[in-house]
Design a protein around this ligand. Structure first.
Ligand code: A2P
Length: 257
């Protein structure tokens, strides 16, 4: 079985009964762009069982981090949720994906719009110093059902602010906007609704979303992506790709099983 490295689990954190994150060692030759995903998994009965996972760590770190849902009936995540320090994780050789800077035209503000585990690629993007050279404001929007599901994203954001080097780079630029839909919180509502009706822009003191100034990266469930694409197209945003940069890019949040 070529095309995979075997890495070791370094750390596992359980955030809720449905969410966990883990770190693995990183092969020195493994290169990726912040925001990309890669196939990872386990060997089960001698066979590789892999799924696409966004890499949540930054590409200059000497470990890899992933953020995952736990689905009790899911072939991979029912097993992956039980990994322990020292266990083997297979990591593919070909990271890829559209949530990368080359797919976006230059702009003023970068909106990173996520729901659930769709936050993962943006945990990497907000740690990328180059992003703050390109944009004046980087707005990390994360929508979840409940407050406890925001914990991983909140910690990533707080670590970036507290970091000796990154903290200075992101100061006054990185904005965190968490919202929940199923219990009272400082922000309540679906990310799509709150972008469409101007709530988020108003709360942040920014003008309404505009393709003239704003760039948007989107990662969430299929229904959330469909609604966001409708909103983007209705607002005059064009989808970008590596060969033709645009004003927004989307990627499905992976590993639902
Ligand atoms: P809701 O509670 O109204 O379903 P999930 O865990 O199902 O992936 O949901 C994560 C978050 O995404 C929840 O807050 C959920 O809100 C929200 N959500 C679900 N569908 C959409 C959608 N089509 N557009 C935007 N947000 C959505």
């Amino acid at each position: 079985m070529a095309a995979f490295d075997v890495e070791k689990v370094l750390e596992v954190t359980h955030w809720t009964d449905r969410l966990f994150s883990f770190r693995t060692t990183r092969e020195k030759s493994f290169r990726f762009e912040n925001g990309q995903f890669v196939m990872i998994g386990l060997k089960v009965d001698g066979k590789l069982l892999v799924r696409a996972y966004s890499i949540a760590s930054a590409n200059y770190e000497d470990y890899l981090e992933f953020y995952s849902i736990k689905v009790q009936s899911g072939p991979l995540t029912s097993r992956l949720q039980h990994i322990q320090i020292g266990d083997d994780i297979w990591v593919g050789h070909k990271p890829t994906g559209t949530l990368v800077q080359d797919s976006l035209l230059p702009g003023e503000n970068l909106f990173l719009v996520s729901t659930g585990t769709g936050l993962a690629p943006f945990a990497s993007v907000i740690r990328d110093p180059a992003v703050y050279e390109r944009f004046n404001k980087v707005v990390l929007i994360h929508g979840c059902r409940q407050i406890n599901e925001l914990a991983y994203g909140k910690q990533v954001y707080e670590q970036v602010l507290a970091d000796e080097i990154l903290g200075e780079i992101v100061a006054g630029k990185l904005v965190y906007y968490p919202t929940v839909t199923r219990e009272p919180f400082v922000h309540n509502g679906r990310v799509t609704t709150m972008l469409a009706d101007g709530t988020i822009a108003r709360d942040l003191g920014l003008p309404p979303l505009s393709p003239a100034t704003d760039r948007v990266m989107i990662c969430g469930s299929e229904v959330m992506l469909a609604d966001m694409v409708k909103l983007m197209e209705a607002s005059g945003f064009n989808e970008g790709s590596g060969s033709r940069p645009g004003e927004y890019v989307i990627e499905k949040a992976f590993a639902e099983k």
